[in-house]
Design a binder for this molecule. Structure first.
Ligand SMILES: [Zn+2]
Length: 256
């Protein structure tokens, strides 16, 4: 029974995003864009990103966690159990908030993050749309995230699964019923809140950086709601990148 539950929990990060894909077609939040060029671009970037994650990010970060456990460093010194796991997940979620904020503040990192914001629409496929150079640049930070607090392996694995789930959810074009939106946004980043972060307006874009819990945006006073449902997406002064080529060279563009 316990093994069955564990198997179900393990399959959720892959099964739920497919559910979001189907649900966003039925209950869209923003205008739908099923342009084949855009979907192809996001699929190719997603494939390159998945390879980077599977071949580099996951092995490197898990090796760092094992090393911390062997050395009994930081959180790895605590007795094994739910509190240790929770502390590790919270640390990783908060430090990812800091990284996302840095990608907007630091001009060099912003160039790498730019292709993600140049998606002319926003749906589950936007969650896969990260330039491989951004993912490579995040590797030393990922190692630092784990090493600095001695995050144990079980917390890292849980956070990695939750992250797949949460980024698929908050990038989706899923319109939630208002009461559900209200309750969920008290705890986690929702599609509507994250849509504000993808706004063409820099003032709106400098908000809602959290990937998991909205707590970090609230603590850093960057949490923002917006009464308008439809927000213009993109980056001011930079044309949206629908084609793969334009998305790949976007970090090198003059106007970025
Ligand atoms: Zn961003």
């Amino acid at each position: 029974m316990r093994a069955d539950l564990r198997r179900i929990a393990r399959s959720l990060p892959w099964a739920l995003p497919i559910g979001f894909l189907l649900a966003e077609r039925r209950w869209p939040l923003r205008p739908v864009d099923r342009d084949a060029r855009r979907l192809r671009t996001n699929a190719v970037l997603g494939l390159l990103g998945a390879l980077t994650e599977v071949l580099l990010d996951v092995p490197l970060s898990r090796w760092t966690a094992r090393r911390s456990e062997r050395r009994r460093w930081g959180l790895s010194r605590l007795p094994r159990g739910p509190w240790r796991t929770l502390a590790g997940v919270l640390w990783l979620d908060w430090t990812l908030y800091l990284w996302h904020r840095a990608t907007h503040r630091h001009p060099g990192l912003w160039r790498l993050h730019l292709p993600h914001h140049l998606d002319p629409a926003m749906d589950v496929t936007t969650a896969w749309r990260f330039h491989v150079a951004e993912l490579l640049a995040s590797l030393p930070f990922r190692v630092a995230q784990v090493a600095s607090a001695g995050v144990p392996g079980e917390a890292l694995r849980l956070w990695q699964r939750l992250l797949v789930l949460s980024i698929s959810f908050h990038h989706s074009n899923l319109r939630l019923p208002d009461p559900m939106e209200h309750v969920l946004s008290l705890v986690v980043m929702t599609p509507r809140l994250h849509g504000i972060h993808h706004s063409v307006d820099p003032e709106l874009r400098n908000s809602n950086w959290s990937s998991g819990l909205t707590l970090w945006d609230r603590l850093h006073r960057t949490y923002r709601t917006e009464p308008r449902l439809v927000i213009r997406l993109g980056v001011e002064g930079v044309p949206p990148a629908r084609e793969l080529g334009a998305s790949l060279v976007a970090p090198l563009s003059e106007s970025s």
